[in-house]
Design a protein around this ligand. Structure first.
Ligand code: ADP
Length: 763
């Protein structure tokens, strides 16, 4: 073992030994591929199959890889680089690989998926959006089919029948949310053949850090049509007139808002109640006041959401764009709508919900690829037991990462950003600017346009359109201002998508990427930097920082910095640039802590969901429902002796599942309420997380019993005939319409602060 292997092992990064083995194998495979260049297609496919031993492991990895390489050349006309072959091997070993932007991760993912497919595994390749699922499945189809395997894609518009067909393929490309919604919908079926998914052995996750870390806590929600609850207009009105610092205060980083005593008294007087904190109001009025206050003080129009066509539309902070599918948890969504004077949308009854993290943990094996895994090593290991393998670049990096330019104030920083863009633009150099919110991007675009610089602003509504804009961002003289990580998954080629002005752009110095502020994590900074300097291209990355930036305010809370700015406000000081780094490390630490706390908090429900899953599966796939009901109610069972066995089993199943699903939805609603009010109980000296767990365990036991008791009652009374159990006629109707959404709970990108608030409650 090399001297520091123990250290890297402990850090969850792969040792040089593993890397070296993979590199040697890749070289051998390349030689082998040359030897085999005259073999027929079927011989190559056969070689791959023979390289797998009966227990499913690779007995001849170099043959296996050589076959994949030859197939790639013949079907896609691409000759995989050795670094790509290495990456494929590391993924077949179950790692998350880090490869820089433009190094060809799409192909690597497809080769690994094909490899797993050859080993007889069912693979889901998880993409960040619909467009990439469709594009990549299409692009990689010939490679997969070369080996007689099948590939399908899941996209939003597909019907259940089309989804079922796609899921039946060996390799399935799909966006994470659609795959998750299918899991949730499959949990509502009462006949096995209504389900669309089938078991998958492996998930290959594209942009793995984004899905597995940044968005891990985002819940996907399946809701049914039932009216929800909204805070009253009166409360909204009262809260609107409260004043910051007098009636309420916020904490550093504006994560939480608190009523002061005076604020509470004002609200109580306006609502005509004695105390917000007495039993009659704690679980109801106080929760509503808190929601209204949260909407009033912490959620800012044009930063956290925009209002368009009479609707509140959330902005996804990590991508800086409208998040169509997202809403806040019901109460908060309604509170924001009320604040904006909009019609309050009807909430639904949550039927089921799952976080992306819980979704990913359903797969027996997960691996993935990303441009920025190293900084997420700790989280990947801690939450998924995943290791990171760093793959070298195919060609050395030619990008120049300039030191931050630090300014005292935002105004001085903005002036400098504009001046820098003007200079770069005058030289014909393409510039990509990453901003943090929609308002900032619009202000910047307007300022540039006043200087006669044409700007493409990316607030894309459509992934395909967005990919097209981004693909052109490397063209001569192009200025693109983007609020998101600039079209993740899309390559920026110098000289435009067709490369027509490549030489001129190279001569100008290549793509320049400008960040208008440091992100809360270095990883997000690096994602932006990574858009420049692909495949040995020249390029530049540069971040501007002001001491008034969010990251500095949050991460440097309470620390005094004294610096002597230049005339233009710029601060050139090693001490200050160290301080900026320090602030970012602090915010990173805070986010990790929130993640860990929220994880604990979600875990219990995830475990309960597993138990429920198993119960549901046995009710769905066996005769257990009938056996249990006929045992608990033998007389009723005897009355049904004329019916066919299958009819009886199906009727019992329907009854049992109805009550099980109903009890689960009630459980979720209850635990949601508990979560909202748990910090109030903390006042009674209980540790909130323990208290939450105690309630969840007690209620879950109760749920199991109640689901059975209610099923017995229904079994005894409902009409059961050759058509089955007439549940609807007895008022036991499953929701006729369901819809799906993602709740914007994205503390890691600094988006929604609600969960962050919960995190801090548990500190
Ligand atoms: P990444 O996701 O790593 O940023 P992509 O998968 O989008 O990169 O690939 C970037 C570009 O490189 C694509 O146009 C792809 O066709 C091309 N590419 C990938 N592998 C190779 C290769 N071995 N040889 C030549 N071009 C390649």
């Amino acid at each position: 073992m090399a001297a520091f292997d123990w250290f890297w092992n402990a850090m969850g990064a792969r040792t040089s030994k593993h890397q070296k083995q993979s590199a040697e194998l890749s070289t051998k495979a390349a030689q082998r591929a040359t030897e085999l260049s005259n073999s027929s297609d079927s011989e190559v496919a056969e070689l791959a199959r023979r390289a797998i031993s009966p227990n499913g492991t690779l007995s001849k990895p170099e043959d296996f890889l050589a076959a994949l390489n030859i197939a790639t050349q013949r079907t896609l006309q691409i000759c995989p680089f050795e670094v790509q072959s290495q990456a494929v091997l590391r993924m077949l070993a179950g790692d998350v690989i880090q490869m820089a932007t433009g190094e060809g991760k799409t192909l690597v993912g497809a080769m690994a998926a094909t490899g797993y497919g050859l080993m007889g595994k069912h693979v889901h390749v998880i993409t960040v959006n619909d467009y990439l699922a469709r594009r990549d499945a299409q692009w990689m189809r010939p490679l997969v089919e070369f080996f007689g395997l099948t590939v399908g894609a899941i996209t939003e518009e597909k019907t259940p029948a089309q989804r079922r067909e796609a899921y039946s393929c060996d390799i399935v490309y799909g966006p994470i949310n659609e795959i998750g919604f299918d899991v949730l919908r499959d949990q509502q079926v009462t006949k096995r053949d209504q389900a669309v998914q089938r078991f998958a052995d492996i998930a290959i996750v594209d942009e793995a850090d984004s899905v597995l870390v940044d968005e891990a806590l985002v819940p996907l929600v399946l809701a049914g049509s039932q009216p929800g609850t909204a805070p009253t207009g009166h409360i909204t009105h009262v809260v609107r007139h409260l004043r910051e610092d007098l009636h309420f205060t916020t904490d550093e980083g504006r994560r939480n808002v608190f009523l002061t005593e005076k604020g509470a008294a004002t609200v109580e007087a306006a609502l005509g109640i004695d105390s917000l904190y007495d039993d009659a109001h704690v679980g109801t009025t106080l929760v509503q006041v808190n929601l209204a206050l949260h909407a009033r003080a912490l959620l800012l129009r044009d930063v956290h959401y925009i209002v368009r066509e009479g609707k509140v539309q959330l902005i996804d902070a990590s991508r800086g764009r409208v998040a169509d599918l997202q809403r806040w948890p019901d109460g908060l969504q309604a509170a924001v709508e009320a604040k904006e004077g909009l019609a309050v949308t009807e909430g639904g009854r949550i039927l089921d919900t799952i976080t992306l993290q819980a979704l990913m943990r359903r797969y027996p094996k997960v691996c993935g690829m990303t441009g920025t895994a190293v900084e997420a090593t700790d989280q990947l290991r801690q939450f998924y037991n995943l290791h990171v393998s760093v793959i070298e670049r195919n060609k050395p990096l030619q990008r120049f990462d300039e030191a931050d330019r630090i300014f005292a104030t935002t105004a001085e920083k903005n002036a400098a950003i504009i001046a820098e863009i003007e200079t770069l633009h005058a030289a014909g150099r393409p510039v990509l600017v990453g901003t943090h919110d929609v308002a900032e991007s619009e202000d910047l675009a307007a300022a540039l346009e006043r200087r006669d610089i044409a700007v493409n602003v990316l607030n894309a509504k459509n992934d395909a359109e967005e990919a097209a804009i981004i693909a052109e961002a490397g063209d001569l003289g192009r200025v693109t201002v983007s609020t998101q990580m600039a079209g993740r998954g899309t390559d920026i080629k110098l000289g435009g998508a067709s490369g027509h002005s490549r030489e001129a752009v190279v001569a100008s110095g290549g793509l320049a990427v400008i960040g208008t502020a440091r992100h809360r994590t270095k990883r997000l900074d690096n994602q932006l930097r990574g858009r420049a300097g692909r495949q040995g291209d020249p390029g530049l990355s540069l971040f501007f920082v002001s001491l008034e930036d969010d990251v500095i305010a949050t991460g440097g809370a309470g620390e005094q910095v004294v610096a002597q700015p230049e005339a233009d406000g710029r601060i050139i000081s090693k001490r200050i640039s160290d301080f900026v780094e320090h602030c970012q490390r602090v915010t990173e630490g805070q986010l990790l802590e929130i993640h860990a706390q929220t994880w604990k908090y979600n875990q219990l429900l995830a475990d309960q969901r597993d138990i429920l899953d198993k119960r549901r599966t046995s009710l769905l796939d066996t005769a257990q429902a009938w056996e249990e009901l006929s045992q608990l109610s033998p007389n009723r069972a005897a009355e049904l002796h004329n019916l066919a066995v299958d009819t009886k089993i199906a009727a019992a199943r329907e009854i049992m599942l109805y009550h099980l699903d109903n009890a689960w939805a009630e459980h979720l609603a209850l635990m949601d309420d508990v979560r909202e009010s748990i910090h109030l109980r903390a006042i009674a000296r209980e540790t909130p997380i323990d208290e939450y767990h105690r309630i969840a365990v007690r209620e879950f036991k109760d749920l199991a019993q109640r689901a059975v008791d209610d099923a017995v009652k229904t079994f005894n009374t409902v009409l059961i005939d050759t058509a089955g159990a007439h549940l609807a006629a007895a008022g036991l109707r499953r929701p006729s319409a369901t819809w799906t959404y993602m709740v914007s709970d994205n503390p890691l990108s600094g988006g929604n602060r609600l969960i962050s608030g919960i995190g801090s409650i548990f500190r």
